[in-house]
Design a protein around this ligand. Structure first.
Ligand code: FE2
Ligand code: FE2
Length: 200
């Protein structure tokens, strides 16, 4: 197992994204607890944006690396894709939930699902990638992961099929400009506030 730290290593990028997501959940929770609905909505929008981009990059760049290893990797990818599907369905339902109490209940359920998935990724999938994918390959795939985040959809789209993945990528990329247009009309935390949730 390569112990060398490289910020372009796809495994490091995924871990950094996970810490960012956790920090943004904490911001949402803080605003929700303070009954600051405007700020809580901003952090919810930011969270959806972060999770949608992270998920599509994993589906298109990280999981294929596991699948290329063989049967065990294929099974891990399959499990992870099923988790993603559940989380996207939950996020989409939340985006349209108007009842406050229902929203809180569904949000806690979604967070449980999401945090459980991230934990499994860190305990099982990422160690599998570290063990089976050479460090050079992991480093060369890092920029591809970041590119996919930059151009991919920013909303969950649970109706997209995870497979075939290539088709999903094409549909996803066609949808991305529409998502980005919609994002213009939503409230988000400021750039500085978002930057503060990223681990250094
Ligand atoms: Fe994932
Ligand atoms: Fe992840």
């Amino acid at each position: 197992m390569g112990a060398v730290y490289d910020e372009n290593d796809i495994v490091q990028i995924v871990l950094t994204d996970h810490r960012t997501v956790e920090n943004q959940i904490a911001k949402w929770q803080e605003m929700r607890n303070a009954n600051n609905c405007d700020e809580a909505t901003k952090w919810f929008n930011q969270l959806v944006f972060e999770i949608a981009r992270h998920s599509v990059a994993e589906e298109q760049v990280l999981y294929p690396l596991m699948e290329a290893v063989g049967k065990e990797g294929l099974q891990l990818s399959e499990n992870a894709l099923q988790d993603h599907k559940k989380i996207k369905v939950a996020l989409e339902a939340l985006r349209h939930e108007k009842d406050e109490a229902e929203f809180d209940r569904k949000m806690q359920q979604m967070l449980q699902e999401l945090l459980g998935h991230m934990q499994t990724e860190e305990d099982i999938e990422l160690p599998f990638v570290m063990k089976n994918v050479p460090v050079e390959k992991r480093i060369s795939e890092g920029p591809a992961f970041q590119r996919m985040k930059a151009i991919g959809p920013t909303l969950p789209h649970p109706s997209f099929k995870e497979r075939p993945q290539v088709l999903q990528a094409v549909v996803g990329l066609l949808t991305a400009p529409v998502d980005r247009l919609r994002d213009l009309f939503k409230e988000f935390p400021s750039a500085d506030e978002v930057q503060a949730t990223k681990p250094v």
